[in-house]
Design a protein around this ligand. Structure first.
Ligand code: UDP
Length: 309
């Protein structure tokens, strides 16, 4: 099996690449490294089953030889990244998806879109099922990511209907683990790194907004099972254990034994008030659900960031 992954040097892309290599696949990894990091794949560079090419997938795409799967994971994915890189975020979700789908048509490859819980925006239904259409502000600062991914889903379905592309869409909810950038602004790396140096944990808004956090190994297992399944409809992947941000902060302070206190900062514009996946479809069709508890996942992630410090 020969696989092309875009965003292969990112947090999810690099962990998924590791799994595919372990499964015996040959992996070609594209990344323009604007938010990805070459260190995430450095351990694979001498592996003959792995090839990295620095590539901007919004440009014309070319790759020699047959490709069984194209996995489109390229995109800035943390709120501070996509707010800082709004045009690149829109381009990789729209033009990048168009180019990768074009290549998939040409190569007769299967196509996998890494979509997001952000397609649900600031949801009016909780938990979110895949048949919920969402509540997105198209002109707000988060709209660049939300709309790019909504467009990417629509384009993927159009290629499926018109060109008969065999495709999968994963709606990925908050995920955490090693290889996140300590400064990527997402709440788990932010809180862990603040706690490790006894600095106040920056809680945005009241801290009563909710999220649910999935450990990386569970996410990779879900993504891999979705690739192997015949499921065409979008599938939510995430941990259904919902908690608010203050609860998360307290767990991290406890696990790190930190002296940090909480400091309250303004809530970013359009920050969703609740988010929790309904994973009924994944449970039924992929026989998948997360198995690593939030505390266990956080312990492993804390160890990783301690070593980085
Ligand atoms: N958040 C926070 N402090 C931080 C970073 C994030 O309170 O230093 C909050 C943020 O406002 C949001 C939640 O944590 O409500 C999750 O934010 P993150 O950036 O991890 O991802 P999101 O789920 O918003 O895409």
């Amino acid at each position: 099996m020969r696989i092309l992954i875009t965003g292969g040097a990112g947090f999810l892309g690099s962990h998924l690449t590791d799994r595919l290599i372990q499964e015996g696949c040959e992996v070609v990894s594209f990344d323009n490294l604007i938010t990805g990091n070459i260190n995430n794949i450095a351990h694979l560079i001498s592996n003959e089953k792995f090839k990295f090419i620095k590539y901007d997938v919004t440009e014309y795409l070319f790759l020699d030889g047959d490709i069984d799967w194209i996995l489109h994971f390229a995109s800035p994915a943390s709120p501070i990244d996509y707010i800082e890189l709004p045009i690149q975020t829109l381009k990789v979700g729209s033009l990048g998806t168009h180019k990768t789908l074009g290549l998939a048509t040409n190569k007769k490859s299967k196509f996998f879109l890494a979509s997001t819980s952000e397609v649900y925006g600031d949801p009016r239904e909780n938990p979110q099922k895949e048949n919920y259409w969402g509540n997105v502000n198209p002109t707000g600062p988060r709209g660049v990511y939300d709309e790019a991914k909504r467009f990417a889903e629509a384009l993927t379905m159009a290629y499926h209907r018109v060109h008969n592309i065999d495709m999968r869409i994963a709606r990925i909810f908050n995920t955490f683990g090693s290889r996140m950038r300590p400064d990527d602004g997402r709440v788990v790396p932010a809180f862990i790194n603040q706690a490790l140096i006894n600095k106040p944990l920056t809680v945005f808004g009241t801290g009563k907004q909710t999220r649910s956090f999935c450990y990386i190994s569970d996410m990779v297992e879900g993504l891999f099972r979705l690739m192997q399944s015949p499921v065409i409809e979008p599938v939510n992947l995430g941990n259904p254990e919902e908690m608010n941000i203050i609860e998360l902060a307290e767990i991290i302070i406890d696990l790190t034994g930190s002296k940090s206190k909480l400091v309250f900062k303004p809530l970013p514009v359009d920050d969703p008030r609740v988010r929790c996946p309904d994973i009924g479809r994944a449970e039924k069709k992929l026989q998948w659900k997360p198995v690593v508890s939030i505390k266990e996942g956080l312990k492993r992630t804390i160890e990783y960031f301690e070593k980085q410090l």
